[in-house]
Design a protein. Structure first.
Length: 118
């Protein structure tokens, strides 16, 4: 089992930055990959970024490449999402997720709201 708690959301103006954090507990943090997803009002949840368990590989949705950076600190059991040059289209509830034994994202945080004003 993995428990995830996000923090760092808020209201920011277009062009601004935010850093989201996701604190994990339960299974050994370095044993699984983690990622960020988001869900805007009226839309399906979508993948934003992912990072492998050993920090060797990162993955991004095309819409955030060059603006968002995912990272993890296995010593602190924490994952981060640095978001720069935010746009109103980035407004959503952001969720962190962790892979289960089979490799699919099975564990989810409660979400943190990010609102970007124009």
């Amino acid at each position: 089992q993995v428990q995830l708690v996000e923090s760092g959301g808020g209201l920011v103006q277009s062009g601004g930055s935010l850093r989201l954090s996701c604190a994990a507990s339960g299974r050994t943090f370095s044993a699984y990959g983690v990622g960020w997803f988001r869900q805007a009002p009226g839309k399906n949840r979508e993948f934003v970024a992912g990072i492998s368990r050993n920090d060797a590989n990162t993955y991004y949705a095309d819409s955030v490449k060059g603006r968002f950076t995912i990272s993890r600190d296995n010593a602190k059991n924490t994952m981060y999402l640095q978001m720069n040059n935010l746009a109103p289209d980035d407004t959503a509830v952001y969720y962190c997720a962790a892979e289960g034994v089979g490799g699919a994202f099975e564990y989810w945080g409660q979400g943190t709201q990010v609102t970007v004003s124009s």
